[in-house]
Design a protein around this ligand. Structure first.
Ligand SMILES: O=C(O)c1cc(C(=O)O)c2c(n1)C(=O)C(=O)c1cc(C(=O)O)[nH]c1-2
Ligand SMILES: [Ca+2]
Length: 556
């Protein structure tokens, strides 16, 4: 299914000069202050962890609303707000960008992208956030531009074209900034783009490198890599120690192609790649699903964690397996993998990390199969979080399956290039689809799990106060759980279903937690009958910001 973006007028609000914007240096990005939220996942390692502990398990029940702001837009609001010394930058749907006073919600400036009428993206007109560097704020757009704004005034410094949106290239996620490079990965796996990661100079916007993720190495039949997808549409992570960028890549285009046969790996689709961020040079890669036929994009965040002193990558994948990989010297090696939701596509996981496919669950043209998970995955884009105190990761999970079969499709620029027919369904006998799981990344053991009737489509935040935050859909609740045992400590019913990415920050000694409520994203567009679980959710984006009641905050 496709969705067209309607045009909006640009309206940069009145510039409001705050007296002292703090420039974001490369050093600050490498070692972010606990009070700020400078990366979409809080740090380069992709943890989604705030060390702040003013809000903790003993007082979180006393949270109250500090302020809210409504976007007036009814599509999905997925972004993580970025906060730098009291100033917040947050995106809504359709590339709306708001600069706000993080303590009061006062709107300092607002940019509304004028998108061409014929912009089409696969999975809703979403944006997952901005990146910040110096006195500049950067946003990727649905028409595949990269924009640089003056942080204080909202004035556009530069606007570059990353690729042609008419071929369905788009940017939906937050850029990653490493020293003088601003790095983005493209969308378009359902339209036959050729995926790439590219870097631009933070000051001039000039391209410094571009690395294709569908590679010409003989692992694709003929020249099919040229429309082979593998789009790295979510943000990557960065290991400063070895100067390595890790980035997940999407599904091959089309999902199913009779020409491929069984022996084409289609590198590096559904993989994690390791790049030198200065040059874009490929250091190494590991493929989660060679020759993928189920739309199991491997884009999910490669979280960088040290496990018993071993530098590791941990990533819960759409295919239902949680991977533990090593990352010594920027080289990726398979260590272990564990199923974390209903999955039947692999008969076994080889000890070398090359899965043994169960042919009974592999679709082809003229062959319908039942496959679990469904193509929307055991976990999709909504980021898991890691808590260095409990040493657990908290994974928003969905259990569902699909009937799927191949369909003939020809490449035609800008047209859907999927090659499959499918219908999702709930796992028979299950009373839930969504689950928040606390998992030990060393062993794959589940410490606790909480179930939700509808799918879970919100990011997760961990905090130094031992509280885990996430939101759900049909109940519209933003919730706080005890990181140790999963007990629900607090919740608040919001305006809409939550598909946001919660963050935490503090200003003048007061800790805040912020999250969008505004249902949308892939579920209403793609989930078929399973979307019925979410059909009565009210629509519309509101950013909610919480803090403790005064009696707690003054105790310091
Ligand atoms: O292959 C791609 O280029 C691509 C891009 C995106 C995106 O950029 O949002 C999604 C997907 N695929 C996808 O398969 C998917 O399930 C999905 C869900 C969502 C969402 O925001 O809810 N985006 C995307
Ligand atoms: Ca995809």
């Amino acid at each position: 299914m496709i969705l067209s973006a309607t045009a909006f007028a640009v309206s940069v609000g009145s510039a409001h000069a705050s007296d002292s914007y703090s420039p974001v240096t490369s050093e600050r990005l490498k070692d972010p202050e606990a009070s700020n939220w400078l990366h979409w996942r809080g740090n380069y390692e992709g943890w989604g962890y705030s060390p702040l502990d003013q809000i903790n398990t003993t007082n979180v029940a006393d949270l109250e609303v500090a302020w809210t702001i409504s976007s007036g837009v009814t599509e999905g609001h997925e972004a993580a707000p970025i906060v730098n010394d009291g100033m917040m930058f947050v995106t809504g749907a359709y590339n709306n960008l708001y600069a706000l006073d993080a303590t009061t919600g006062e709107l300092l400036w607002h940019y509304k992208r004028q998108l061409p009428e014929d912009v089409v993206v696969c999975c809703d007109v979403v944006n997952r956030g901005v990146a910040v560097h110096g006195d500049t704020v950067y946003m990727g757009t649905l028409d595949a531009h990269l924009l640089a704004f003056d942080a204080e005034s909202g004035k556009i410094k530069w606007d570059i074209t990353v690729e042609n949106y008419k071929d369905r290239y788009a940017l939906t996620s937050a850029p990653v900034i490493i020293d003088d490079n601003i790095i983005v990965g493209v969308h378009g796996g359902e339209y036959g783009v050729r995926g790439f990661i590219a870097a631009y100079d933070v000051n001039s916007g000039e391209e410094t490198w571009k690395t294709f993720t569908a590679v010409d190495d003989g692992s694709w039949p003929g020249d099919t890599y040229e429309h082979g997808g593998a789009p790295p549409w979510l943000s990557g992570t960065y290991d400063e120690e070895t100067n390595t960028l890790f980035w997940g890549t999407g599904n091959p285009s089309p999902w199913i192609d009779p020409a491929r046969g069984d022996d084409h790996d289609l590198r590096w689709s559904v993989s994690v790649v390791a790049l030198n961020p200065d040059t874009g040079e490929l250091k190494d890669a590991y493929q989660y699903s060679p020759n993928d036929a189920w739309d199991y994009d491997g884009t999910n965040e490669p979280m960088l964690i040290d496990i018993d002193g071993e530098p590791s990558i941990v990533s819960p994948q759409r295919n239902g397996w949680l991977y533990r990989l090593s990352r010594d010297n920027g080289e990726i090696d398979f260590v272990d993998a564990w199923p974390f939701a209903e999955t039947n596509i692999y008969a076994d996981m080889g000890t070398d990390g090359v899965p043994i496919v169960d042919a009974a669950h592999r679709p082809a043209v003229g062959k319908t199969v039942d496959a679990c998970p469904a193509f929307l995955g055991a976990k999709n884009w909504m980021p898991a979080a890691y808590d260095p105190n409990t040493e657990l990761m908290y994974v928003p999970t969905n259990e569902w399956c699909m009937k799927i079969r191949g369909a003939q499709v020809e490449y035609s620029a800008g047209q859907p290039y999927v090659g499959a027919e499918f219908e999702m369904y709930q796992v028979p006998g299950n009373d839930h689809v969504g689950q928040l799981q606390a998992i030990d990344p060393a062993t794959g053991d589940v410490a606790w799990a909480n179930n939700f009737t509808a799918p879970l489509w919100s990011g997760v935040l961990t905090t130094g106060g031992g509280v885990v935050f996430t939101g759900n859909l049909d109940e519209r609740k933003f919730m706080a759980f005890d990181a140790e045992n999963g007990d629900e400590l607090w919740s608040m019913t919001t305006n809409s279903g939550i598909v946001g990415t919660p963050v935490s920050y503090s200003v003048d000694g007061t800790q805040y937690v912020a999250v969008w409520s505004g249902f949308g994203g892939a579920i209403p567009l793609w989930a078929g009958p399973v979307a019925q679980l979410t059909e009565n959710i009210p629509m519309g984006g509101t950013l909610w910001v919480f803090k403790l009641k005064q009696s707690w905050t003054t105790k310091g």
